[in-house]
Design a protein around this ligand. Structure first.
Ligand SMILES: [Zn+2]
Length: 334
């Protein structure tokens, strides 16, 4: 895996810093953690466990260590965002409090949202070949090397006001990318810290939300994601500082591009279904013929998640319907 070693710390506003930490693989690229200095230093996201030392070095350049951090706000429960949280908490002698939305608690505290068996059942229903079902184990191994599970001390809810350093932020629940994704809005400054909800260089994924007690997802990730985009448009921040990539100034334009992308994806899925009835895996392989290489297990997961969540939308619009045949879920045009 190619490691991007670019690490940089830049001041984005008085007492607010962007620290760029490397992340293996091309997408979504290096992770931004944001540091708020002042009497009670706080971090938004942490990068992975593997880049904890790099983060500590960057803090050192500002005269801080992990022992100074009092608060860690996690935008959501993905490994590149919470992976180093436990190390920071330990380095602070337990003084750093970890805060996140309660719906991502399981991800942060246990690493997996549902038992592995649920993933395998879901993969089978989607028509994923057995060889890739086992590759989930491999993915799990890689993930656990990048993140340590960490206890969440405080749950954040929509509309809640919190202090980060000297600044006041409002928590905005923006589910879609994960169940418990949050954005932080600094009304006075016009700043938004959206985590992975908005990214400048790629269209964020609305990941499939699996259930521990049911074989198919009940929640519609894409619909929730669209609703969360509308929420951000309603607030109309001046600038967004995402968790990957550069700041976004044209937030409306970026969201408009996402909508075009989603529309195109759904159109392409419909044109595949015009030729017959297929499983999610079959649709995915037609839609993404080029996936492969060392990231294949992850790509398969992303592909199945993306196709399925778009099919949920199309099914909600009565454009497609599904049926079970020999233990596989098939989709067809309505
Ligand atoms: Zn994420």
């Amino acid at each position: 895996m190619k490691q991007i070693t670019r690490t940089r710390c830049e001041k984005i506003y008085p007492n607010i810093y962007r620290i760029i930490l490397p992340l293996a693989g091309g997408k979504p690229g290096p992770v931004n953690t944001y540091l708020f200095t002042g009497d009670s230093p706080a971090l938004i996201d942490t990068g992975t466990r593997r880049t904890a030392q790099i983060l500590e070095k960057a803090l050192g350049e500002l005269g801080l260590t992990f022992s100074d951090i009092r608060q860690i706000i996690l935008t959501h429960g993905h490994i590149d965002h919470y992976g180093a949280a436990r190390k920071i908490v330990e380095g602070s002698d337990g003084k750093a409090q970890v805060a996140a939305h309660k719906e991502d608690r399981t991800l942060i505290e246990h690493g997996l949202e549902v038992p592995r068996q649920q993933f395998i059942k879901y993969y089978r229903l989607m028509g994923v070949p057995a060889v890739f079902q086992f590759s989930l184990l491999f993915m799990r191994f890689i993930f656990s090397s990048l993140a340590e599970n960490c206890r969440v001390n405080r749950f954040l809810s929509d509309g809640e006001k919190i202090m980060l350093g000297d600044y006041e932020a409002t928590v905005i629940a923006t589910p879609g990318h994960t169940r418990g994704s949050i954005s932080l809005y600094f009304e006075k400054e016009g700043f938004l810290f959206p985590g992975d909800h908005l990214l400048a260089h790629i269209t964020p994924n609305a990941f499939v939300m699996l259930e521990a007690d049911f074989d198919l997802p009940r929640r519609m990730s894409q619909i929730e994601y669209y609703d969360s985009l509308r929420k951000i448009e309603g607030i109309s921040p001046q600038i967004a500082f995402p968790a990957h990539g550069d700041p976004i100034r044209d937030i409306r334009g970026t969201i408009a591009l996402y909508r075009e992308q989603f529309h195109l994806r759904q159109k392409n899925i419909m044109s595949i279904l015009a030729d017959g009835e297929f499983t999610v895996y079959e649709i995915g392989r037609t839609l993404f013929p080029d996936i492969g290489g060392i990231r294949l297990p992850l790509e398969i997961f992303l592909m199945v998640s993306e196709v399925y969540t778009h099919l949920q939308v199309l099914q909600g619009e009565n454009a497609v319907s599904s049926y079970m045949d020999k233990g596989l879920l098939h989709f067809k045009m309505s």
